[in-house]
Design a protein around this ligand. Structure first.
Ligand code: A2P
Length: 285
């Protein structure tokens, strides 16, 4: 028989307060890059295990229903931009003025709570590729996010001799997140110790812009088709024997690049059937 004791005031206040949101995580850092792009970090659920390159559903509570006053979570799929070993989570997001979620999400500040459903999924994972010598990461816009994770993942450098990351954006400012992240790899003591001193020398970074002047203008698809990208990078053209690839960008880009890889003889892989390339649509609100 349990003894019933009266609840004193001290005990009542010691009861943990219920989180305001289901699956709530706390924002720890926010950085804005342009009026269209920002990144943020948040706490990581203790039980969450994921593979670098996967995505989760994240979001905020929607506005109260005018009739019932009830609020429903407003969730979208977001690639996890941090690597699997990181104790925090990082996300890279677009801001859309009238986007249901990003019009609100762009205003988050450290200390705020977001919803993060701890169920990671996705095809941009090393498990979906068969062994190769060189890996290509092809991104446009916020499609860089899963590669921000994979570029900080030790397995990327264990599995491949060369890592080529292409990033096509409209403007120079939209390249900043990726450029700074790659620059920071050189100085990252933990990663140089974990992966091996100078691991970053395996990376060939190829940023291009389409609507603002920069050292390399044009869509990556055109630059590959013309052979210019191979020449600039000093690499051999795509070869299904050695090359593996991951694609993440807007829909038209994904489809075009997929056709190009297929024409070069690469086959699409999946978790259940690893092959030579994988593709995923970047989040758009
Ligand atoms: P463009 O400016 O020529 O449309 P967005 O911000 O609209 O998602 O686009 C991101 C980048 O992807 C832009 O530089 C855009 O170039 C480029 N892009 C759009 N569609 C394609 C495609 N089919 N192939 C290659 N790049 C593309």
């Amino acid at each position: 028989m349990t003894e019933q004791k009266p609840v004193t005031e001290a005990q009542a206040t010691a009861v943990p307060k219920t989180p305001a949101l289901p699956d709530a995580q706390t924002v720890t850092e926010v950085q804005h890059y342009t009026d269209r792009l920002f990144r943020f970090r948040c706490t990581r659920p203790a039980s969450l295990r994921f593979r670098s390159g996967e995505f989760v559903m994240i979001g905020l509570m929607g506005d109260p229903d005018p009739k019932t006053g009830k609020q429903k979570p407003l969730l979208r799929a977001y690639s996890i931009a941090s690597p699997s070993w990181d104790e925090e989570m990082e996300f890279y997001s677009i801001k859309v003025e009238d986007g249901p979620l990003t019009s609100k999400l762009q205003h988050i500040k450290p200390g705020d709570e977001i919803i993060l459903r701890p169920k990671p999924v996705g095809t941009l994972v090393h498990d979906a590729l068969i062994p190769g010598k060189r890996i290509w990461f092809f991104a446009t816009g916020t499609g860089f996010a899963p590669f921000a994770s994979l570029l900080r993942e030790p397995q990327t450098y264990e599995d491949y001799d060369e890592v080529i990351i292409t990033h096509t954006c409209r403007t120079v400012g939209e390249l900043t997140y990726g450029r700074e992240l790659i620059e920071a790899l050189k100085e990252d003591e933990l990663l140089n110790e974990l992966i091996g001193e100078g691991f970053w020398k395996k990376i060939k970074y190829y940023p291009t812009t389409t609507r603002e002047d920069s050292p390399k203008m044009g869509r990556i698809t055109d630059l590959i088709n013309s052979g210019e990208a191979y020449k600039d990078l000093g690499v051999e053209p795509l070869n299904p024997e050695f090359d593996r690839a991951m694609i993440c960008g807007n829909l038209a880009f994904n489809l075009e690049l997929k056709d190009m890889l297929e024409a070069a003889g690469l086959e699409e892989g999946a978790n259940s059937k690893p092959a030579q390339y994988v593709v995923e649509k970047a989040f758009l609100d």
